[in-house]
Design a protein around this ligand. Structure first.
Ligand code: 13P
Ligand code: SF4
Length: 336
């Protein structure tokens, strides 16, 4: 059985829902989580949408089915709530590419520069940053900064290139980090898919290694611009209902295919690279979510001094617009 085939266990899902009710807990799940985790969650969404949900929830407990930096962000936004991460092994290779000391050294080389940190960073890095952003609002965040200000953008170089292109700013320095999953979706995958499915629409996450070459191919007239959309994961979820197009090549982590197919049963979704799987997102399983609620584990906390500084940059991110969101896609949904 592959990871994307659901490990449904209705009795366990029911037990989790009952525990969540008893604890007054909300279960948040990222679009890359296993299908059965998405189905048991109260809300499924992208980083920005889940941060917004964590900030406004009235629940006492947030069970974060995502990766560590996402749970940390929730803990910073809702310090009075208990935030649980079902498995502490849920890290992020991109967030690991820069630590606070490296950022301080980079800032020292560019005094006066404004630091924009992608949400895929540790709380310590966010505390050293002026603005946080996600793929859903990175361009809007950069556009909100006066044009004459030098910007340090971190840690993803492909998202940084996308932001530089969209904002038409030259004064953005980009940290050379990458996500191993998205960097592995390269131009060759895209050209193979174009050959196999001519006319299909491309949905591309800006962290992908293929994003810049595809935009260059559009400029060179080799690809029709109307058939390419560079989007956050939630932007991808929303796109199919806005077009008559029925076949989509999806360039991001393959966990998103579950929601896309469920929401659009008559349309076809093909992974640009069917090996693009984030092992960190897949460590969360139903038994671990049950244990998280049962034993109130593993609590994610951020020291007050770091949280206070990181909160400023995160609140700027949450308040600046962006094409993001979350959907109630769990137990309330009647399902397929
Ligand atoms: P989104 O913010 O688009 O959901 O992306 C999060 C992420 O980790 C991408 O790899
Ligand atoms: Fe991090 Fe990449 Fe996994 Fe997203 S897909 S959580 S960026 S390792």
């Amino acid at each position: 059985m592959t990871i994307l085939e659901a490990h449904y266990d209705p009795a366990l899902a029911e037990e989790i829902r009952a525990l969540a009710k008893a604890r007054n807990a909300v279960i948040l799940a990222h679009n890359y989580e296993r299908p059965e985790i998405q189905d048991v969650a109260d809300f499924v969404g992208d980083s920005l949408g889940l941060s917004r949900e964590a900030a406004k929830t009235e629940a006492d407990v947030i069970v974060f089915c995502g990766v560590h930096f996402m749970a940390e962000t929730a803990a910073i936004l809702s310090p009075q709530k208990t935030v649980l991460l079902p498995d502490l092994a849920a890290g992020c290779s991109l967030a690991s590419t820069i630590d606070a000391e490296q950022l301080r050294a980079w800032k020292a080389q560019h005094p006066g520069a404004v630091v924009v940190a992608y949400v895929n960073t540790t709380a310590e890095v966010k505390a050293e940053s002026d603005y946080c952003c996600t793929s859903g609002n990175a361009v809007e965040v950069v556009n909100a900064i006066p044009a004459d200000k030098e910007i340090l953008f971190l840690p993803d170089m492909f998202l940084g290139a996308h932001v530089r292109r969209e904002s038409r700013r030259e004064n953005i320095h980009v940290w050379l980090g990458e996500c191993h999953v998205h960097a592995g979706i390269d131009p060759e995958h895209i050209s193979n898919m174009r050959a196999q499915h001519p006319g299909a629409e491309f949905l591309i996450h800006p962290e992908c290694g293929c994003a810049t070459p595809v935009v260059e191919a559009i400029s060179a007239g080799a690809i029709d611009a109307d058939n390419v959309h560079i989007l956050s994961t939630e932007g991808m979820i929303n796109r199919p209902s806005q077009t008559d197009q029925d076949t989509f090549i999806v360039a991001t982590e393959i966990g998103i295919l579950h929601r896309l197919r469920r929401a659009n049963p008559t349309k076809h979704f093909i992974a640009a690279n069917d090996r693009a799987q984030c092992a960190y997102m897949k460590v969360t399983t139903l038994p671990k979510v049950r244990d998280a609620l049962l034993h109130m584990q593993h609590r994610i906390t951020v020291p007050d001094e770091i949280a206070a500084r990181a909160r400023i940059s995160i609140e700027r991110m949450v308040s600046i617009g962006g094409k993001s969101g979350v959907s109630p896609f769990g137990p309330e949904d009647p399902g397929e």
